[in-house]
Structures are given as C-alpha cells and as structure tokens.
Design a protein around this ligand. Structure first.
Ligand SMILES: Nc1ncnc2c1ncn2[C@@H]1O[C@H](COP(=O)(O)OP(=O)(O)OP(=O)(O)O)[C@@H](O)[C@H]1O
Ligand SMILES: [Mg+2]
Length: 410
C-alpha cells in the first residue's frame, strides 16, 4: 500500500435517496482534505435499510468508481453508515472497583464492559457503546478518569444496538464491491460529528437529520449522546404527497419540490406561479406556488410533531438549551427552519452544514453530505486511536464484532 493510500480515509453513506462516497486525505497534523466525491441515486433501500442487494451493489459501485476517478486513488476500505428503525438506543451504567486506588485504562475498559453487559434480543447486536461520563467515588461529571484517585469507578454509557441482518447486508454489499468495512457507524452519530459544535453538545442540542426515507434524531447533553431515535418519514413522503396532490410523476414532483417547494404557506406571495408537468404527454399546467406549500406544510408539521413527541418521551426536552440543528437533504426545503422554530415554541433552530474538513468544501458543505463528511471525521478519530495501523489492518475489533454478527463465536 502506497504512502498516499495509507493516508486516505473514505466515508460511504448508503442512504435511501443517494449513495455518496467521499474520499479524503489526512495530513500528519490531523487535518483532512476532501479530494474526491462520488454520488449516485440509490435504488435498493427502503427507509434506510437495504432491501435489494443487487441494486445497492450497483449504486455503490458507480459512486465508488466516480470517487476513485476524481481522487486518483484506489478505494479498499470504507467507513460506512447504518440506519433504520431496527436501531435502538438505551442508557446503561456499570460499576467496578479500581485495582490500585487509581483509575487505569484497564479499569475504564472493565467499567464500560460492565455497563454494556445487558440482555439484548438475539437478533440485535451492539453497534456502539458511547461513554457519557464517569463517576469516581461520589464525584460525577468526569470525562477523563484515567490517573484519578478513587476506589469505585462507575461508567455511564449510551448503548446502540441494531438488527444483525441489516448490518450483515451492508457488509455483504460492500464486500461485493471489493470494499472492506473499516467500521460501521450509526448515521446520526456520523452526522453529529460534522454539523454540531462541541459547545452545542455541552449545552444540550438535538440533531435532526431529515433524509429521503427517514428522519434520524440524536440528543446530546453535557457533551455526550444520550438519546437516539428514528422516525420513518423523510423527503420521499413529501415528494409522494406532491405526486398525488399535483398529479405528476415522482421524478417531476421531486424536481418541483427541490426548485419551488416550501413548507411555509405564509412565506409565499399569492401571485407566484409554477409550471407543473403533466403525465401522459398532456400540456404542462400553471399552478400557484402556494398550493405546493399547502401540500407540504402539514406533512412537515406532522414530522416535527413526531420529533417533539420523541423529545418528550426522551425526558430531555427541558435540557436542550442550544436548540435544534436540522441537516440532511430535506433540511434544504424552504421554510424548514422557520416552521421548526414555530413548532418548537421558540427554541433556537439552525441549518447544519458539514464542517471540519478542507479541500473540495464547496460541494461537501451541503447538508446532503452531513453523514459522509461525519464518517470521515469519525474515521480520522478512530485512526488516531490506533495510530500505527491503516483501518484495513486495524479492524480486529470490527472483525470480532462482525464475526459475532455472522454468528461465529469461535
Ligand atoms: N433543495 C432541496 N429542497 C428540498 N428537498 C431536497 C433538496 N435537496 C434534496 N432534497 C430532498 O432530500 C432527500 C434526500 O436527502 P439525503 O440525501 O439526506 O437522503 P439520504 O441520506 O439518501 O436518505 P436517508 O438518510 O433517509 O436514508 C430527498 O427526498 C430530496 O428530494
Ligand atoms: Mg441520510
């Protein structure tokens, strides 16, 4: 493997609407520059889950080839996203006694293991164990416990599990394209790496990634993730509503939504008109733009109400002082931020564009690339933790997990 390839990190976002492959080069100081992007329409997924291996493999291959061509590097290993409503998140804690009255790396590992020792259904496997805080004796709120004195170490973690079969299908699709999976990352965990600031995570923030098939939620309090959820509604539902309401094809409806759509009726002047292409060779018809907004507004409002109910269920709604950050392709719909502000009773709302990388930033700063860029940043951190190895050589942990996913416990 050439030196150039050793420094290459690749994020592969297998979404319901598109498959995006983003290639970056990492410099020794940890800075990463995007050097290639490949994007292709996705046809083999439903609500974030692979349902057709053949079509997914084909789309991945095309996106990866495009990214290889643009970056001039061969892609062997990818950080890949996983999503869907088979994902479950829960909080857990574990306690151990420290061995020598001072917390060591080994003690931390044992405490996190104890926290993750929970009964999970046989068809689910652990995807992430994300530490929230450590408590040493009576002192809580500790983020870096190693080296501190104390006899009792408690770890609080957010544990994310997913369906074994969905994870296996993603690995299968990648392997069929001759790609190794360096690690698999929950999509909203990846997106949060690229669009949220550390300050927001510390103060308390909700990430809402509105894609094509699903809306993925992650809540951060005190710098750590504490709640994750998936709502099976996304931009495709908005497009379908337009197909029915405007009697046009899905392709045209999606284009119309992207060009002229809005989810705030009051933001549109009554005289604004759009041309709606008809199906079956009939003449295009003019239509007031407000009619489109009248179709889209109730659906987006319904989506935000579902998010609101999820926040209430989580019990954290009083703690999110930094408000909401919207990302994903559908967050680009005109009026999204305004309607969210209205629905969430004045909580601050902003659009989240991916940040933290250099290179081809003009393209990847769209919310569409939040997950892909997040996968790069996650990959970079993962690599810094195992600095001497390339992901394809350092995947012992993932291999062990993958073996468990495939039911091989030997
Ligand atoms: N400018 C825009 N205005 C409104 N909607 C848009 C715009 N650009 C893209 N979209 C919509 O965003 C959706 C795709 O978003 P995204 O690329 O984040 O989805 P995905 O990651 O493939 O899907 P998922 O995350 O649900 O699996 C589509 O429904 C598309 O119509
Ligand atoms: Mg997505």
């Amino acid at each position: 493997m050439s030196k150039h390839e050793q420094n290459v990190i690749v994020g592969l976002d297998i979404g319901t609407s598109k498959i995006a492959c983003v290639v970056a080069e990492a410099s020794p100081d940890g800075h990463i520059d995007v050097i290639g992007i490949g994007k292709h329409a996705s046809r083999g997924l439903r609500k974030g889950v692979v349902v057709n291996i053949e079509s997914t493999v084909e789309s991945i291959r095309l996106a990866v080839e495009e990214a290889e061509m643009m970056s001039g590097s061969e892609i062997h290993s990818v950080f890949v996203g996983i999503a869907g409503n088979h994902i479950h998140g829960c909080n857990s804690h574990g306690v151990v006694a420290t061995k020598n009255g001072e917390v060591t790396e080994e003690d931390v590992k044992r405490a996190v293991d104890a926290a993750s020792a929970m009964a999970i259904p046989a068809d689910q496997k652990i995807l992430h164990i994300l530490p929230q805080e450590y408590i040493i004796d009576q002192q809580d709120g500790i983020r870096e416990p190693i080296g501190m004195s104390g006899v009792r170490l408690e770890a609080r973690v957010h544990m994310i599990t997913g369906a074994v079969s969905s994870a296996q299908n993603i690995i299968k699709c990648c392997n069929r394209c001759d790609l190794d999976v360096a690690d698999m990352v929950l999509e909203q965990v990846a997106s949060s790496e690229s669009v949220l600031s550390q300050d927001e995570k510390d103060i308390g923030v909700v990430l809402i990634d509105i894609g094509g098939g699903t809306t993925d939620i992650a809540i951060f309090i005190d710098g750590a993730i504490c709640h994750t959820a998936v709502i099976p509604i996304g931009g495709d539902h908005l497009t379908n509503d337009l197909v029915i309401g405007l009697r046009t094809s899905a392709r045209e409806a999606d284009q119309l939504k992207i060009k002229y759509g809005s989810c705030m009726v009051e933001m549109i002047a009554p005289e604004e008109q759009v041309e709606v292409p008809s199906v079956g060779g009939r003449q295009p018809r003019p239509m007031p733009r407000q009619i489109m907004a009248q179709i889209l507004e109730p659906r987006v409002h319904e989506l935000f109400e579902l998010v609101k109910a999820e926040l209430q269920r989580s019990g954290y709604q009083e703690l999110i002082a930094a408000g909401l950050v919207l990302t994903g392709g559908s967050s680009l719909l005109e009026g999204m931020v305004e309607l969210a502000e209205e629905t969430f009773d004045g909580l601050p709302v902003r659009l989240g564009r991916p940040q933290g990388v250099g290179g081809l930033v003009d393209v990847v700063s769209s919310p569409i690339y939040a997950t892909s860029v997040g996968l790069l940043l996650y990959g970079q951190r993962y690599r810094q933790q195992t600095p001497h190895k390339h992901p394809s050589q350092s995947k012992q942990g993932l291999f062990q997990r993958m073996r468990r996913w495939f039911g091989d416990t030997s």
